[in-house]
Design a protein around this ligand. Sequence first.
Ligand SMILES: Nc1ncnc2c1ncn2[C@@H]1O[C@H](COP(=O)(O)OP(=O)(O)O)[C@@H](O)[C@H]1O
Ligand SMILES: [Mg+2]
Length: 201
Amino acid sequence: MAVVINYKPTPKQALFHASNANEILYGGAAGGGKTKALVMDAFFRCLKYPGTTACIFRRTYQELKDTDIKEANASYPDKLAKYIASDYKFRLVNGSEILFRHCENEGDRFRYSGIEIQFLYFDELTSFEQIIYDFIKTRLRAKKSLGVVPIVRSASNPGNIGHGWVKKMFVDAGPYIQTQETLPFSRKEEEKRRSHLLTSS
Ligand SMILES: Nc1ncnc2c1ncn2[C@@H]1O[C@H](COP(=O)(O)OP(=O)(O)O)[C@@H](O)[C@H]1O
Ligand SMILES: [Mg+2]
């Protein structure tokens, strides 16, 4: 029997899923569907590509539990994803995994020194320091056999401690020019500002 995934993206969420930018900031006020978009984006990518790893970061575990993990539990069909509470992750039927992780203090970033991530997500990006974002991005890896290009997808309200650097990186960088080609993630490409700013309102 077919498994029904109960999610009809809004036009903005659909744009978010479809973009081929290396990095995206999905900005906007609370209630715009940003967390839902992150959680579903990780799910669809991991379902499409067996054996991949997505990681969704939030500053604190309590916030993860109250928002991202809660949304995932409500949205991922039981037949396709099983929540492993002891490791704060979902394991999908195809062997892919969606990890939920927090990084509250700058020094905590080193906990993730050994992890390999293909699909990286930050919820409420302005609650993080840039040093954390930059460090965790260095964990993006994709061996050829996985057939994927690593990506970073973030969402945020404006105004938290990281407002300044996030604005500089995504807003002041100017408009994103959509191209058809999909380029592998690299520092070089990052410098070319292949970032995409979306606003939910
Ligand atoms: N496309 C959608 N279809 C149905 N419900 C949605 C959709 N997008 C978001 N929601 C719901 O709307 C509420 C707010 O979304 P959320 O992702 O938490 O917004 P934000 O993170 O921008 O504050 C949540 O209850 C979420 O489940
Ligand atoms: Mg949210």
